[in-house]
Design a protein around this ligand. Structure first.
Ligand code: UD1
Ligand code: CA
Length: 484
């Protein structure tokens, strides 16, 4: 392929049918903006430059592109006067061009780099002035039609609105993706007029211009025309999102991932899965989540930007920016907030919420707890129903629990706090002061039983009756009753 390749991505149009305050090309599919998909495909060709044409909401679109694709050159089209005008703005922004120029649209999220690559290669091999990535479709409605002469040579593209009834019968459409010889493009752009039904400068008029100059024009039907389909409204957004997801999930299955129910499994474009991962129904793997081999995720689990170690088990969990060690167990019903790091073979159990918490290898928080701003050493067990009270109403503070500690049920750890290696706590303790290594911290006083309290204070209730029955003859005489 030509060493000199420029890709122009048009994204100035408004996308009014989305009825959204968010610009159309910024809507995500599989965790990536639509234009992000197209720019990713473009960059796969390692072109000399990529130019994006922005117009509508150009601050938002420019900022998004600048942040995620810093090498992309931005061209501004103030008014959307047509695709020919948009490309002209791109060429002006890019400066002197040579070699091949590919034009694509920013709203075609399924486009793959490989499709662009083989199209550009065909265009260059045939030494065309301009080539069309066409498509043979059942319903050509709305598309520009590729017109060929009796020899089958391409003569022009006619837009639907300008087409005769006979031309509308043509089922070979312009996908919108065109390849140009840069020198031809530079000469043709100023010759494109706007004398048509839309009063727009049609880039597609370049085909007839090339023919008039006696130059070669090619049209190559795409193998997979759905890759060039655009999204115009939210119905298409959902349909395309499902199709992109279907392809991603199928791709992972072909790489050795077991997916029990592809229809309820959602995997973003930037997720990475190892072979022999198993995904159970109702699972969403989002953002840059990475799952190592033999891990089992799901059912009903959402993980965003998480890292799951080999052989880990994550059940009915919601996690974000969390790291789960190898062979660790999480869930069911766990909520992992950012900064959760669980060591190898560790456990975060049912109804446990964690945040900014480093839980060591083999350490366990098995039941009904909140662990915030904490460090828990290896091999430590945190009792059921423990709250790491990290917030004093003004500031957040940290709690550190050492290695192989055993803390009891229903504890409150009031931060800032340090519980030493091998320390223990009593049930129901409210721990406000540091516990030295090996010490047992108890905070509730000795238990007192007020004998037959229910008989006196709850007389006539089922409670008193039950107590009376249980005590039977063992009841003390009324004058024995004393509040000790
Ligand atoms: C265009 C093609 C048509 C093709 C169809 C495929 C032309 C004249 N027609 O028609 O042959 O079958 O795409 O979908 O090219 N844009 C700008 N600036 C503008 C106008 C458009 O950036 O001034 C961008 C839009 O944001 C959009 C793309 O170019 O991403 C296509 O524009 P649109 O107006 O939708 O063209 P179609 O009528 O669909
Ligand atoms: Ca369109």
């Amino acid at each position: 392929m030509s060493s000199e390749l420029t890709v122009i991505v048009l994204a100035a149009g408004g996308g009014t049918r989305m009825k959204s305050k968010t610009m159309k090309v910024l809507h995500p599919i599989a965790g990536r903006s639509m234009i992000g998909h197209v720019l990713t495909a473009a960059q796969a060709l390692e072109p000399r430059r990529v130019v994006a044409v922005v117009g509508h909401q150009r601050e938002a679109v420019s900022a998004h592109i600048h942040e995620n694709f810093p090498d992309v050159v931005l061209a501004v089209q103030e008014e959307q006067l047509g695709t020919g005008h948009a490309v002209r703005m791109a060429v002006e922004a890019a400066g002197q061009l040579s070699g091949t120029v590919l034009v694509a649209y920013g709203d075609t999220p399924m486009l793959q780099g490989e499709t662009l690559r083989s199209f550009a290669a065909e265009h260059e091999a045939a030494q065309c002035a301009v080539s069309i990535l066409s498509g043979i479709v059942d319903d050509p409605c709305g598309y520009g039609r590729v017109l060929r002469n009796t020899e089958g040579d391409v003569e022009a593209i006619v837009e639907e609105k300008d087409a005769t009834p006979e031309q509308r019968e043509v089922c070979e459409i312009n996908s919108g993706i065109l390849a140009f010889d840069a020198a031809f493009l530079a000469g043709a752009l100023p010759r494109i007029g706007n004398d048509n039904a839309n009063g727009e400068f049609y880039l597609t008029d370049a085909i007839a211009i090339a023919r008039a100059d006696g130059l070669t024009v090619g049209a190559y039907p795409a193998d997979d025309v759905t890759q060039t389909e655009g999204v115009n409204d939210r119905v298409q957004l959902a349909r395309m999102g499902a199709e992109v997801n279907r392809r991603i999930v199928e791709g992972w299955m072909r790489e050795g991932v077991t997916v029990m129910d592809p229809a309820t499994t959602w995997v973003d474009a930037d997720v990475v899965l190892a072979a022999d991962v198993t995904i159970l129904p109702g699972t969403q793997l989002l953002g840059t989540t990475v799952v190592a081999e033999d891990a089992v995720v799901g059912p009903d689990t959402t993980l965003k930007d998480c890292e799951i170690g080999a052989g880990a088990r994550v059940v009915r969990t919601h996690g974000e920016l969390a790291v789960i060690g190898a062979d660790a167990q999480v869930g069911p019903y766990s909520y992992l907030r950012p900064g959760t790091i669980l060591g190898a073979a560790g456990k975060i159990g049912g109804f446990v919420e964690t945040k900014n918490a480093r839980i060591g290898d083999g350490a366990k928080v098995p039941h009904l707890s909140y662990v915030g701003d904490a460090e828990i050493g290896e091999g430590t067990n945190i009792g059921a129903g423990t709250i790491f009270a990290n917030y004093d109403g003004v500031n957040k503070h940290r709690t550190k629990v050492g290695r192989h500690a055993r803390t009891a049920s229903n504890n409150t750890f009031v931060a800032p706090l340090e519980i030493g290696d091998g320390a223990a706590t009593g049930a129901g303790a409210v721990v406000r002061q540091d516990v030295p290594p090996g010490a047992l911290a108890v905070s509730s006083g000795p238990q007192r039983n007020l004998e037959e309290w229910a008989l006196r204070k709850r007389a006539g209730t089922a409670q008193a009756e039950a107590a009376e029955l249980a005590l039977g003859d063992g009841r003390s005489a009324p004058d024995d009753v004393a509040e000790s």
